[in-house]
Design a binder for this molecule. Sequence first.
Ligand code: PMP
Length: 307
Amino acid sequence: MNYYNKNTIIYLNGEYVNASEAGMDLYSQSLHYGYAVFEGIRSYKTVSGETKIFKAKEHYERLKNSATLLNIPYPFDRDEIIDITYQVLEKNGIQDAYIRPLVYLPADMTFNVSQESYLMIAAWPMGLFLGDKLLRVATSQYQRPNPKGFIIEAKASGHYVNSILASQDAKQRGYNEALLTDMNGWVAEGPGANVFFEKEGRLFTPATGNILPGITRQTVLELCEALQIEVEEGQFTVEDMKEADAAFFCGTAAEIIGWESLDDIFFKKPWSETLSKKIQNAYKDLVIEKEQEPAPESRQLDAALSS
Ligand code: PMP
């Protein structure tokens, strides 16, 4: 995957600069200790032809919240950075994009609080929708970070070593992606996405507390309300999931992607007959502000599952 080329422009500390000429301090506290916060955002070309950053406010509020929770200075104005993000898209001539803001810190080998932070915003093309490919998921030996040792609601760079270990392990074992439990063994989430399952016409999803509270997860809850689908948030076991009719990951990059199996146990209902599929369609329409379902395309599976 080429994230940038010689013409790519990023925003870096008040300036629009060429990505291939931009650099960072190798002595940064963020690089050495994973002490940085970031977001994963999508923009879409809507049916009207306009570029729309989906849930821009929510993502930048979460970025601020992540930084604040981790004592990282955050002197950035939400609406100003939303404008800057649209500028980055425009300067690169992309509409369907993945947007990656990152807040990182200056050179410091101590564990002290920094007085300063830097903001980088990059974007690269990301097409629409993964289509109807269903995932083979494996329960991971890795658990999500213990919320008593990490601030799990923060989207912190360092947390993603856990995601990388779990995802790589699942792929080495021949699966598409991992399902992680929390420190108590309850179903938690994927390495870069939240999880839902469906049983007898109802949806279930892990309650917040030991997971990243996803913006897509929240959108799914809202879609369920609109579609009058009952959802229960709670604590569930991997066994509960294996008895489900269907399951899916949801996340900004993954959007909504159904599962074929969990630990080689196949889900009972054909995906096309599930409520989950209805939600997937509704989500696809929502992001492009469309009333009906667009044609599915199958691409960028790995990129979408990354975060
Ligand atoms: N959990 C984890 C660990 C993630 O990295 C992500 C992706 N940001 C999500 C859940 C889904 O969050 P969102 O819907 O806000 O992208």
